[in-house]
Write a new protein. Structure first.
Length: 323
């Protein structure tokens, strides 16, 4: 649980004059760490790494660009989670079925941080993302990544903020699909190669599908509060029961694509290994169908679906890096 404002101020007064170490033992940095939701960095780093791995397999790679890409990945993840916390405060406040995959960071709900400070932090990290895009354009004469970064910012705005606010009007999962499954791997590839002429579009298509089902699965726990606040997530539109089955159907289709999409130049054992790992995750979710929001079984179901989505991104990245 976060600290209330009164506890916050008293905590700050106790550490005043006692040095930086005392400050970091107070609740303030812990609140920012909670707000950062660092486990969600996996949703960013793996598709970004996959795009870079595709470029590496074709002989396009720079350690400097690699570092800049992952500084962008860290910054855009913080930009997204901070901006979404600000936009979803009202819905998060009535959410009683949240878990580690959904429901926001809770720092605003718990009064651990102010809405203004979180909005300012989102702006700063969003600006830093643009700065990285300008650096890639200025020093490597590659302005494509900057265009993608600005497009990503537009997706965040369209997802969370008026007048579109598609996470509430419907279609939020497709915004996540385009950002995570499309923009990030393309950004990683383009930053190194400078061109998209040789990118594996079938592999990008697979990642788009995986990003969609991942977004659909993380909406499952929030169905009660989303319904109350008229947030048209896929789970509200279809219902929890149907949405779980739809996720498994789409992931079943993804299993076929995993076998067919070339990884390291040709389909081989790497595809089979990824397929077997994902099949285990997919099958493990079947007994958990009909799990209800707030239950442990639904949290496990979501974890399996998220693992299903991320495993091919990690697996294909490894195959490409060691091909």
């Amino acid at each position: 649980m976060g600290l209330k404002r009164s506890e916050y101020k008293s905590g700050r007064s106790r550490v005043k004059g006692r040095g930086l170490s005392a400050y970091f033992l107070s609740g303030i940095p812990r609140a920012w760490l909670q707000a950062s939701r660092m486990p969600s960095q996996l949703y960013i780093v793996l598709p970004l790494l996959l795009g870079q791995s595709m470029a590496y397999a074709q002989g396009h790679f720079s350690w400097k660009i690699f570092v800049l890409c992952h500084l962008y990945g860290l910054s855009v993840q913080l930009f997204i989670v901070f901006a979404n916390d600000v936009a979803d405060l009202e819905t998060d406040t009535i959410n009683r079925t949240y878990n580690i995959f959904s429901g926001g960071s809770r720092v605003l709900v718990d009064n651990s941080l102010s809405r203004t400070s979180l909005a300012l932090a989102a702006f700063l990290f969003g600006f830093f993302c643009v700065f990285i895009g300008v650096a890639l354009g200025w020093f490597w004469n590659n302005w494509g990544p900057l265009l993608l970064i600005l497009t990503g910012h537009l997706l965040v705005w369209a997802y969370s903020y008026r007048p579109l606010r598609l996470s509430y009007r419907g279609g939020g999962e497709f915004m996540q699909m385009l950002g995570v499954g499309g923009l990030l791997p393309v950004m990683g590839f383009l930053a190194h190669s400078g061109s998209l002429s040789s990118i594996s579009w079938p592999l990008v298509g697979l990642v788009l599908l995986l990003a969609l089902t991942c977004a659909m699965s993380t909406s499952l726990p929030d169905e009660p509060s989303d319904r109350i606040s008229s947030k048209k997530s896929s789970t509200v539109i279809f219902g929890n029961r149907i949405n779980q089955r739809l996720i498994l159907v789409l992931n079943g289709f993804a299993l076929t694509l995993i076998l067919l999409v070339p990884a390291a130049g040709s389909r081989g054992l790497e595809n089979l290994y990824i397929f077997l790992a994902c099949t285990v995750l997919w099958a493990s979710g079947i007994p958990l169908l009909n799990s209800k929001p707030g239950s442990r079984s639904l949290m496990i179901f979501v974890a399996l679906c998220v693992g299903f989505s991320l495993t091919p991104m990690a697996g294909f990245s490894i195959a490409l890096l060691f091909s």
